[in-house]
Design a protein. Structure first.
Length: 335
C-alpha cells in the first residue's frame, strides 16, 4: 500500500511539473533565447525608420564599410513604419547622409543593417544622440516568404518545362551536325582569307576616309545645297520637270504592258550586242592575224604571182607531176 501511494504521488508531481513547464513555455519567444550578440555598453542611440524590418532580431549587427559599428537595441512598431533603435560605439562617427538597408548575405543568413553612402560625397555632419534616419533614406528587402513563393511559382509554374520545350524546338530547326561542321569550316576559311587580306580592308577603309575628307572639304557646297534658296530650287524642279515626266510614265507603261511582241526582237538585239562585244574584245588578236596574213601571203603573191605544184596523182594513184611539167613547158607556162 505504501509503495502504491508513493507511485501515485510521484506521478502527480511529474504531471504538475509538466503542466507548469507547458504553461511557462507559452511565453517563450525567439527574443528570449540567449544569443552571443549584444549592444555596446558605451555609445549613443540613433533611430532608423523602415517600412518593414523582416524579423530583424535584437542584437543584429550594424555594418558600415565592412566593419561592425553598432548593434540593434530595440524594435518598435509605429503607425506608418518600424522604428529600430541602434546603438553605435562611442568612438564611431556616422555621416548624417547615410542610407540604411536591411541585408542578408545568403538566403537563410543572418539579417543585419548596412549603412551606405556615396564614396565621392564629403561628410557635412555626423549623427548624434537621438538622431533619426527617415524612412525615405532606408530600404527593406522583400520578405523571405515572398522570395520563396516567387521561386516556387517559377519552378512549379511550368517555366522550366517551357524552357525545355523551347530548347527542343531550337534543336529541331537547327541543321544536322555535319552541315554545322561544313558551315563552321566555310566560316573558318572565310575568316582565314579575311585575315590574310587585311590590306584590302585597309585600302577600303582608306577609301572611306578619303571620301569623308573630300566631303568635309566641300562642306560649303553641301551647305549651299541645303539652303532655303536651294530647297526652293529643288521644289520648283520637282514641280516643273518631274511633274511632266510623271505624266509621260502612263504612256510608257502602256507600251511595256502591251509590248510582249517586242520580246523576240529584244532577245535578238541582246544576242547581237553580245556578239558585237565579243568581236570588240577579240579585235586586237584578229587584227594581228589579219596583218600577218596580208604580209606573208597576199602581198608576196601580188608582187610575184606563182603557184607551187608539189604533186599530181591519177585516179589509180600514179604520180603524174613529171608529165604535167613537160606539158606546161611545151605550152610555155613553165620555164
Amino acid at each position: 500500500m505504501k509503495l502504491s501511494t508513493r507511485i501515485r504521488s510521484g506521478i502527480g508531481v511529474l504531471a504538475l511539473s509538466g503542466a507548469v513547464l507547458a504553461t511557462s513555455s507559452c511565453s517563450l519567444g525567439p527574443k528570449d533565447v540567449p544569443v552571443f550578440r549584444g549592444t555596446p555598453s558605451n555609445g549613443y542611440d540613433v533611430t532608423i525608420e523602415f517600412a518593414s524590418v523582416m524579423s530583424l532580431p535584437d542584437g543584429a549587427h550594424v555594418m558600415m564599410n565592412g566593419l561592425k559599428v553598432g548593434a540593434v537595441d530595440a524594435v518598435e512598431v509605429a503607425p506608418e513604419s518600424a522604428r529600430v533603435t541602434v546603438r553605435f560605439d562611442s568612438d564611431t562617427r556616422v555621416p548624417d547622409d547615410v542610407r540604411a538597408v536591411i541585408r542578408q548575405n545568403t538566403l537563410l543568413g543572418d539579417t543585419y543593417i548596412g549603412l551606405d553612402r556615396s564614396a565621392g560625397d564629403a561628410a557635412t555632419g555626423f549623427l548624434a544622440e537621438g538622431a533619426t534616419i527617415a524612412v525615405d533614406r532606408t530600404a527593406s528587402p522583400p520578405q523571405l516568404e515572398d522570395t520563396i513563393a516567387v521561386l516556387a511559382y517559377f519552378v512549379n509554374g511550368g517555366s522550366i518545362q517551357r524552357i525545355q520545350d523551347a530548347m527542343s524546338k531550337i534543336n529541331t530547326v537547327m541543321p544536322e551536325m555535319a552541315d554545322v561542321r561544313n558551315m563552321a569550316s566555310t566560316v573558318a576559311v572565310d575568316l582565314r582569307d579575311l585575315a590574310q587580306n587585311t590590306g584590302e580592308i585597309d585600302r577600303m577603309l582608306n577609301g572611306f576616309d578619303a571620301t569623308a575628307q573630300a566631303i568635309n572639304t566641300r562642306s560649303d557646297v553641301l551647305s549651299t545645297v541645303f539652303t532655303d534658296t536651294a530647297i526652293h530650287f529643288w521644289y520648283r524642279w520637282a514641280h516643273n520637270i518631274v511633274g511632266y515626266v510623271s505624266k509621260a510614265l502612263p504612256g510608257i507603261g502602256s507600251i511595256f504592258e502591251g509590248g510582249n511582241w517586242m520580246v523576240p526582237m529584244l532577245e535578238s538585239l541582246a544576242d547581237t550586242s553580245a556578239m558585237g562585244r565579243q568581236i570588240w574584245d577579240d579585235a586586237p588578236a584578229t587584227a594581228a592575224q589579219l596583218s600577218e596574213f596580208l604580209r606573208t601571203t597576199v602581198l608576196p603573191f601580188a608582187e610575184r604571182p606563182a603557184v607551187d605544184v608539189l604533186s599530181v596523182e591519177s585516179a589509180s594513184g600514179n604520180q603524174m607531176i613529171g608529165d604535167v611539167e613537160n606539158l606546161l613547158r611545151m605550152l610555155g607556162a613553165v620555164k
